[in-house]
Design a binder for this molecule. Structure first.
Ligand code: SAH
Length: 359
């Protein structure tokens, strides 16, 4: 829901100030439309239905993984694709993976989003509407800004959305913003954000030479500067920064590279998350969604192979020996290209594959 338009519409109708809050409270709790908002006058509900679309996004396709992961492809009002994911875990956790941009202007070589064309920054309402869509399916309690896009390139809108997530049931401590280390945004995040929102850094290599090769953004903001800024955040907040490290076979997964990573990070300020590489197909213009599960990727995606289990275990062991906290991320939704780095919507509208959208 376009919250600016909502407020403007209510103001123009001369409604009391509390109306916007009433509408938001219903929406944040999973209402499926204005009709459900029974403490609003009927005429107002009808006017709002006509004047303020209930979502800024339309659902174009939805796929459910064997593991219960749900991936939704949305379109903005002006036709840009946006994907977001709901992960449902056995222990009851319900985690959302949200997009901050349609596409991404950075071109990390292992990421499917980086291979599609960049659309634009999303508004706070467009980010919230991703979350609200899943809130109408189930209760939710975690969110990560690890979908399409670089959150630090769109920080104001990302923060405006993140600040409302507690109303949906997602506290700031359970909200994580992930970045490549885009320093202008990252500095502002460290200096300005008072809420205990968590920070994650996509590092993937401990030295500039390799990191620049796989993440061109490193030419601009080198490893030492980015890690120093994250360390400053950890010191200020007394909370560890997560470090994401995607395991690329024969590229960044050698034991000596683990030792270099441990030396760079130290034992006090970071927690490393090793991410199994998720393959994607870059043929036909990055149409990852058309790839079959586990087929060998082609073109850009095929530059990489995931590290073997043994290599991941050995890498992990080196970090543990150096007393750096480390976990290996569980991959979810791989069979529907919903896993990390696989979000890349085809440029043209695709056929809807699932049942009717909720809400
Ligand atoms: N731009 C932000 C937000 C995207 S997060 C960032 O880079 O942090 C997406 C996470 O998935 C990042 O850590 C990214 O490096 C990782 N990723 C990208 N492609 C991947 C792939 N093919 N397999 C596994 N992880 C991948």
């Amino acid at each position: 829901m376009d919250l600016t338009l909502l407020e403007q519409t209510l103001r123009e109708r001369g409604e009391p100030a509390f109306r916007a809050r009433q509408v938001w409270e219903w929406t944040a709790r999973g209402a499926t439309g204005y009709a459900a908002m029974t403490n609003l006058p009927r005429a107002l509900r009808e006017d709002l239905t006509a004047a303020v679309p209930f979502s800024t996004l339309s659902v174009e396709a939805e796929r459910e993984s064997r593991d219960g992961t749900l991936k939704t492809l949305f379109r903005t009002g002006d036709g840009h694709p946006v994907e977001a994911v709901l992960m449902r875990y056995r222990d009851g956790r319900r985690s959302l993976c949200l997009s901050s941009q349609s596409g991404c202007p950075l071109t990390c070589t292992f990421c499917a989003t980086g291979a599609m064309s960049f659309g634009r920054n999303l508004t706070a309402s467009e980010i919230l509407d991703q979350a609200l869509h899943f809130r109408r399916v189930t209760e939710v309690d975690h969110a990560v800004f690890m979908g399409m896009g670089e959150p630090m390139l769109n920080l104001d809108e990302v923060l405006a959305a993140a600040r409302r997530l507690p109303d949906l049931g997602i506290t700031h401590r359970r909200t994580t913003i992930s970045t490549v280390g885009w320093l202008p945004g990252l500095r502002r995040f460290v200096d300005e954000v008072d809420q205990p929102i968590r920070l994650a850094l996509s590092l993937h290599a401990a030295d500039d030479e390799l990191r620049s090769r796989i993440m061109p953004v490193n030419e601009r903001y080198p490893v030492a500067d980015v890690v120093a800024e994250c360390r400053r955040h950890a010191e200020l907040t007394r909370r560890r920064v997560f470090v994401e490290y995607v395991m690329l076979g024969g590229v960044n997964d050698a034991p000596e590279q683990a030792r270099a990573l441990a030396g760079l990070l130290g034992r006090d300020h970071f927690k490393v998350n090793l991410i199994p590489y998720n393959p994607w197909a870059a043929s036909a213009g990055g149409k990852a969604a058309d790839a079959r599960p586990n087929t060998p990727p082609t073109a850009a995606g095929g530059l990489f192979e995931g590290s073997s289990r043994e290599r991941i275990a050995a890498f992990r062991h080196e970090l543990e020996r150096a007393h750096v906290p480390v976990t290996v991320r569980l991959t979810r939704g791989r069979d529907i290209e919903a896993a990390c780095g696989q979000l890349a919507a085809a440029p043209k509208p695709r056929r809807r594959r699932s049942a009717a959208p909720v809400g």
